[in-house]
Design a protein around this ligand. Structure first.
Ligand code: PLP
Length: 274
């Protein structure tokens, strides 16, 4: 654990992209951390021009800009946990991995963000391999949804159709050196899990753990993945163990989905305030 001598409260760092529409990315991460009583810091990797209708532009930052933000935060303030989100390009992934290696043993939650719900690519195709090789071995947990797990493993999307398939995909991803894998089941066909949304946590030893919450009937779910991974990071920064952090994070996201709001003409976002 990296902790500055000056502070007596948990602090988490998000390394991710900006969503100008405020529902996902850095904005969702910082709101989540604040709501969970954790001081949030950020290293921005890319700016997106985005609203409820979709992603209108992606503007990656230079590797020097990303490295300088990480150095500034980690050399002075430290971090009790780190979350990575949209990283976009291979060179950004390489510099983030190198810096995380340099600053030592901080729990790293990797959300392997690839494609926005509207279809816009948030990770270049050639960056997928870089992420598996350089970042996954530094992770405490990687949190793909089903389409992301399929892309990472070279599967077709309907190859993962059940909780058993999710567990098998998680075990396959562990081979890249991830500390654990949380496969999120929100994309399973509605009704396949009895009206529930099930996430499967696969770790090295024990049987997989299943986390179940009600599946809520709203389309305003922009930012759910960002919110879940930053909530896990926040709970880890507060000292919870990984399964307890996942359980608390999943309940936090479910409550935020239950309170979600339309924000424009398209897909609305989660509401974070209690
Ligand atoms: N924009 C940014 C910057 C993100 O990091 C993400 C997801 O991680 C998204 C957009 C997409 O969010 P969603 O797929 O929930 O709409």
């Amino acid at each position: 654990m990296q902790q500055s001598q000056q502070r007596e409260y948990p602090l988490a760092l998000t390394i991710a992209g900006s969503d100008s529409g405020g529902g996902a990315g850095i904005q969702a991460d910082l709101k989540t951390m604040q709501e969970l009583g954790v001081f949030g810091t950020s290293a921005l990797t890319a700016v997106t021009a985005q609203n409820s209708m979709g992603v209108h532009g992606v503007y990656p930052l230079s590797v020097e800009t990303v490295a300088a933000q990480m150095d500034a935060v980690l050399s002075d303030m430290g971090a009790d946990s780190v979350k990575t989100g949209m990283l976009f390009a291979p060179d950004i992934i390489r510099v983030v991995s190198a810096k995380l290696g340099q600053y030592g043993r901080i729990p790293v939650i990797v959300d392997p963000v690839m494609i926005a719900k509207g279809g816009a690519p948030l990770l270049q195709e050639e960056a997928v391999e870089t992420m598996k090789v350089h970042l996954f071995p530094l992770s405490e947990v990687v949190t793909p949804n089903i389409p992301e797990a399929c892309a990472l493993l070279g599967l077709q999307e309907d190859d993962i159709r059940s909780e058993a398939d999710m567990a098998e995909a998680g075990r396959a991803l562990l081979r890249y050196g991830c500390g654990a894998v949380l496969i999120k089941g929100g994309h399973l066909p509605a009704g396949s899990a009895g009206g529930e949304c099930v996430d499967v946590l696969v770790t090295g030893g024990a049987e997989p753990s299943m986390f179940r919450t009600p599946r809520l009937p709203t389309r305003h779910t922009h930012g759910t993945g960002c919110t879940l991974s930053s909530a896990i990071a926040a709970m880890r920064a507060r000292g919870e163990n990984l399964p307890d952090a996942v359980r608390a994070a999943k309940h936090f996201v479910t409550a935020a989905i239950a309170a979600s709001v339309p924000t424009g003409q398209g897909i609305g976002s989660l509401w974070h305030a209690a």
